[in-house]
Design a protein around this ligand. Sequence first.
Ligand SMILES: [Cu+2]
Length: 239
Amino acid sequence: MKASVILVGIAASASAVSAHTIFTQLTADGKTYGVSYAIRTPSYDGPQTDVTAKNMACNGAPNPTTSSDKIITVTAGSNVSAVWRHTLESGPNDVMDPGHKGPVMAYLKKVTDAKTDSGVGDGWFKIQEGGYKNGQWATNEVINNKGNQVINIPSCLTNGQYLLRAEMVALHGARSTNGAQLYMECAQIEITGGTGTAKPKTYSIPGIYKSNDPGLLIDIYSMKTTSNYVIPGPPLFTC
Ligand SMILES: [Cu+2]
């Protein structure tokens, strides 16, 4: 038992450097935009690990991100796909090392200027989440779906510019504090066709996670198929 735990640990750390991931592209209203189009992608695919850091919002140092002067129009009520890749050059068969297992989430923040807003601070609400079901992690579903994280844009939102923050979390090292690897990028979008009938309760990033959240400080290798997993962050917003 001990030996197998150690072996898993070695395998996880050996693959960690080459196995990270980036939200590289967005598919919206049936169109897949180019790599880094309207997304602040980093040149390095590493994680954020300090949940109190400002760069928990839209990534950044130690993974320097490049700004974009583009905005993608998205119809409220439609599904978009955040496309995840190991690197900016990777294809659909190289999404992330499957040993990276954890939850998948997406958040929106209404902003005045999606091209320049840092994303840091209040205004965020969660619109999609997947955790652990029947022994299957949400990250593995994204890998099996050629890197596509499917996100429904709520129909009841107010039109205007938003940051769309897509996130995958890898828990292979999460037995120790700040061992969870959080991957996130922000896409710059303009929502149209929303009914504007809802006012989501919003949360701050950093602030949505604590380092000792049961979904972030966890030994996933002791979990059973039937284990309950608590997805981190605020409750899911629905119309
Ligand atoms: Cu990694």
